[in-house]
Design a protein around this ligand. Structure first.
Ligand code: SAH
Length: 399
């Protein structure tokens, strides 16, 4: 599962397959210095797209809820109760919050929204993986996944609608990036997946490896993760929360400055710039060197061991030379390398390497002293690689 979106550095937006569309930078100017344009003003065209609701309670912090309550004559402590119902009590509506006065429940239902998305599809795989395709209030679609592995209950969450990074093998970025998700929309995915679990089970891990580039939406991602880790939120330790990035050095540095040491995973996919430029288009503006330096600074600052991710693509990045180059790049770093055999995306020409090829690649890394983990693909039959389900549902009519 996986994928991301976003505005990447400077004044460019990456759209599909890495084509760069420049956008205008905005400056604040002295109004007296503005001269009349020589062109007639363009008519204002109203967007037909529905806007995002301002009354999504998951976008409000506790203080905002308290103010709302006090304005209506309710004590501030009700905010804590409401929060508890949402995160611990797994309420599906304000009506379910049975220890609130009936009138308050009614007012909440009339004024605020707990859910802003609708579940368009819900797929379950035999290995216990479940995937939701959600349609947001403005029509944008995203995916999120629940994975069951022994005692772990991990969720994979999206940070953007679509993705702007244009990694050539990934489904999420095939239509470019649409927009950042709000804090509430990110939390909503977590809560919808939490509600798939029986009452006695808790979410244990979060990976920001759904659609989008989390570091291109850092503010909202961190706001949501702060609720996820808070004891009155989902209470998940930051050690069990992973932010996965294509590698945006400036944003990695900002994350390092943040007081909470989340786990950082860098999607490397190639050991040389020559190869990485071909499969991860954003690399040509950044370079592996700058990404690794930022990752090293993250490690120095937080003490959190880094993870690098490597999607194994047949005949592209699975050669013995690639394994050797990876050893040179990573052996002295003590980082973990997570190798994920490619999950094929219909319409894309990439393939999963043969088991034999995977075996050789793995052996070369182990012999080179790399801490390597070969991840089993999960939920293949439910298109669990991020962005896949959304694409299929775009091209096939809803059943
Ligand atoms: N933009 C971020 C997070 C989303 S992608 C990032 O690049 O890390 C999460 C991970 O899933 C990335 O490592 C990505 O390369 C991987 N991925 C994307 N499509 C995949 C596929 N079809 N099969 C296997 N892994 C895939």
């Amino acid at each position: 599962m996986h994928k991301a979106v976003g505005i990447t550095g400077r004044n460019s937006l990456f759209f599909r397959r890495g084509a760069i569309i420049p956008c205008l930078s905005v400056r604040v100017v002295d109004p007296s210095k503005i001269f009349f344009p020589r062109f007639p003003m363009l008519p204002i065209v109203e967007s037909k797209r529905p806007s995002l609701p301002a009354n999504h309670i998951l976008n409000w912090d506790k203080a905002a809820i308290q103010t709302w309550l006090q304005e209506r004559g309710y004590p501030a402590f009700r905010a804590k109760q409401i929060w508890k119902w949402i995160f611990e009590g797994r309420a599906d509506s304000f009506e379910d919050m049975t220890d609130l006065p009936k009138k308050l429940r009614q007012e909440l239902s009339e004024s605020l929204l707990l859910w802003t998305s609708t579940v368009v599809d819900h797929l379950e795989s035999e290995d216990g993986t479940e995937k939701l395709l959600l349609q947001m209030a403005d029509g944008g679609r995203i995916e999120c996944v629940l994975l069951r592995e022994e005692h772990r209950r991990s969720i994979c969450v999206s940070s953007q609608v679509g993705c702007g990074m244009g990694c050539v093998f990934c489904a999420s970025g095939m239509d470019g990036v649409d927009r950042n998700l709000t804090r509430g929309e990110i939390l909503e995915q977590m809560l919808r997946l939490q509600r798939l679990l029986p009452a006695e089970e808790r979410l244990s891990h979060i990976v920001m490896m759904g659609m989008g580039e989390p570091l291109a939406n850092l503010q909202n991602v961190l706001a949501a993760l702060d609720v996820a880790r808070h004891p009155e939120g989902l209470g998940i330790s930051p050690r069990r929360i992973t932010i996965s990035t294509v590698g945006l050095p400036a944003a990695i540095d900002r994350l390092a400055e943040y007081e909470v040491p989340f786990h950082l995973a860098v999607s490397l996919h190639a050991p040389t710039d020559e190869l990485r430029n071909r499969i991860v288009p954003t690399n040509s503006k950044v370079g592996i060197g700058a990404i690794l330096q930022a990752a090293d600074r993250y490690f120095e600052r937080t003490g959190r061991r880094l993870t690098f991710e490597y999607v194994l693509l047949a005949k592209i990045n699975d050669s013995p030379e690639c394994a050797d180059d990876l050893v040179k790049l990573l052996a002295h770093r003590g980082a973990m390398l997570n190798v994920i055999p490619y999950n094929p995306v219909p319409g894309l020409p990439y393939e999963t390497p043969s088991p034999e090829r995977i075996h050789h690649f793995r052996r070369a890394l182990l012999e080179g002293g790399i801490n390597v983990m070969f991840r089993q693909r999960k939920g293949d039959e439910i298109q669990a690689a991020c962005g896949q389900l959304r694409r299929i549902r775009q091209t096939a009519p809803e059943a």
